[in-house]
Design a protein. Structure first.
Ligand code: CMC
Length: 391
């Protein structure tokens, strides 16, 4: 077919040029604007990383203060958004609520849809980073039947989010620096990952000039699947199913059996053919959090042993299947008190920074065109229409 290349699953197609994130999958290296992810996770804050992603440089103190103030100013939701939540059943998945309500913001901020204007794009960026935690926390509160906790401007981004999730009118959530720092690190580690499925979805949706909130809703929808952001939920469910260390060999055997569809959740990655650098950071965070909360979690023992066995197993070695970011994030998030249904929501909240930075980068480029993949047609050759009574 002439000059087209056939590349199902885009394993070798660069869909765009980008200056935001670099991954060397063979080395297990992840850089944002040149900075290694482990250095950012150790030394930076999520809002600082957000600024870096969007603007290309770390902010100085004045820029950081201004950015934090701007984001803090936009954390409230329009009161009418509350009605959208009440339209959902209480048992609706919080990802369904997040997808619906972030898309609904497109009906509230019409001016932000002028995607060719810098100012309109900036408003969309700020509003999305500010409102995603409020939407995510509201989805959680709604699902457990508790009243809204409004955002608080005196708290950091992660403290505010934890407070909106876990405070109740009778009792204010007690914020521990270890826990809020762990939350911030999880957000940093999930902030961007170059042209993954959901980011490519946001870019493709945005390439037509679509409303930014609708584009982010498309990203949320894509992230939801168990092969992408849904893997942390699937991983924790799997660790619980394994339950005890002695049952690991049975599950390893199943993962290797080609007639069994079971896969070890939290292992393998399309790009990393080495240790995922994010899982190294999260492994440490998991230990810090469990120590602080004094939780003796049998799931962590299963996770540690599973990691050890898989890393020494010929099948996993030959296929270069290493633990990915989802392997440890589920353990940390459940220790913080989140139900598994919220895991992908937290991923979406953090990844919004990557999605919107990449959306902005694409639209800033004057040579940007609508994304339009081609196909390899394998259907019927031309034929004449058959009337109903002759079929
Ligand atoms: N357990 C057992 N075997 C596996 C696994 C696994 N977790 N992952 C891959 N394989 C095998 C697979 O069966 C195949 O074997 P063969 O070549 O004999 O047919 C080979 O390894 C290559 O797998 P693939 O499915 O062609 O690789 P992919 O690049 O299309 O898929 C993946 C990558 C992440 C979807 C896959 O490794 C997987 O399903 N992992 C489990 C789910 C998971 O943890 N997903 C989170 C991904 S990271 C977070 C994110 O970026 O969103």
């Amino acid at each position: 077919t002439g000059h087209f290349t056939f590349d199902p699953g885009y394993t070798s197609t660069c869909s765009t040029e980008s200056q935001i994130t670099f991954i060397d999958g063979q080395k297990g290296q992840l850089l944002h604007r040149g900075y290694p992810i482990d250095q950012l996770a150790e030394n930076s804050t999520f809002l600082e990383v957000a600024y870096l992603m969007i603007h290309g440089e770390l902010p100085n103190q004045a820029q950081s203060n201004e950015f934090t103030n701007t984001i803090t100013n936009h954390t409230m939701l329009h009161d009418q958004i509350e009605s959208f939540f009440h339209g959902f059943r209480r048992d609706a998945h919080p990802m369904a609520m997040l997808c619906g309500t972030v898309g609904a913001l497109s009906g509230f901020y019409h001016d932000d849809a002028h995607t060719t204007e810098d100012e309109a794009r900036n408003m969309a960026i700020h509003r999305l980073i500010a409102k995603m935690p409020t939407l995510a926390a509201r989805a959680y509160k709604y699902s457990i039947g508790q009243p809204t906790v409004f955002p608080r401007n005196d708290l950091s981004y992660s403290e505010n989010f934890l407070n909106m999730c876990f405070s109740v009118p009778a009792e204010q959530y007690k914020i521990s620096p270890t826990i809020s720092r762990a939350m911030d690190k999880i957000f940093i580690l999930h902030a961007d990952h170059e042209q993954n499925a959901s980011t490519s979805t946001v870019r493709l949706a945005g390439s037509s000039g679509a409303n930014p909130y609708a584009c982010i809703a498309a990203g949320v929808a894509c992230l939801w699947g168990p092969s992408h952001g849904g893997a942390n939920e699937a991983c924790l469910n799997m660790l619980r199913e394994i339950g005890t260390v002695d049952r690991i060999p049975e599950f390893i055997a199943r993962a290797k059996d080609k007639s069994d569809p079971f896969r070890l959740m939290g292992f393998g990655h399309r790009v990393y053919k080495n240790f995922d650098p994010r899982s190294r950071v999260l492994q440490k965070v998991a230990h810090e959090v469990l120590e602080e909360l004094d939780l003796k979690n049998p799931i962590l023992d299963v996770a540690k042993e599973l990691e050890k066995i898989a890393l020494e197993d010929e099948y996993f070695i030959s296929k270069k299947l290493y633990p990915n970011v989802d392997f440890y994030s589920g353990i940390v998030l459940s220790a913080l008190g989140f139900p598994t249904s919220m895991f992908t929501v937290l991923f979406a909240l953090a990844r919004t920074v990557g999605w919107i930075s990449q959306w902005n980068e694409m639209l800033e480029d004057p040579s940007q065109r609508i994304g339009r993949p081609r196909q390899l047609y394998s259907g019927a050759t031309p034929r004449d229409f058959i009337p109903m009574n002759e079929r």
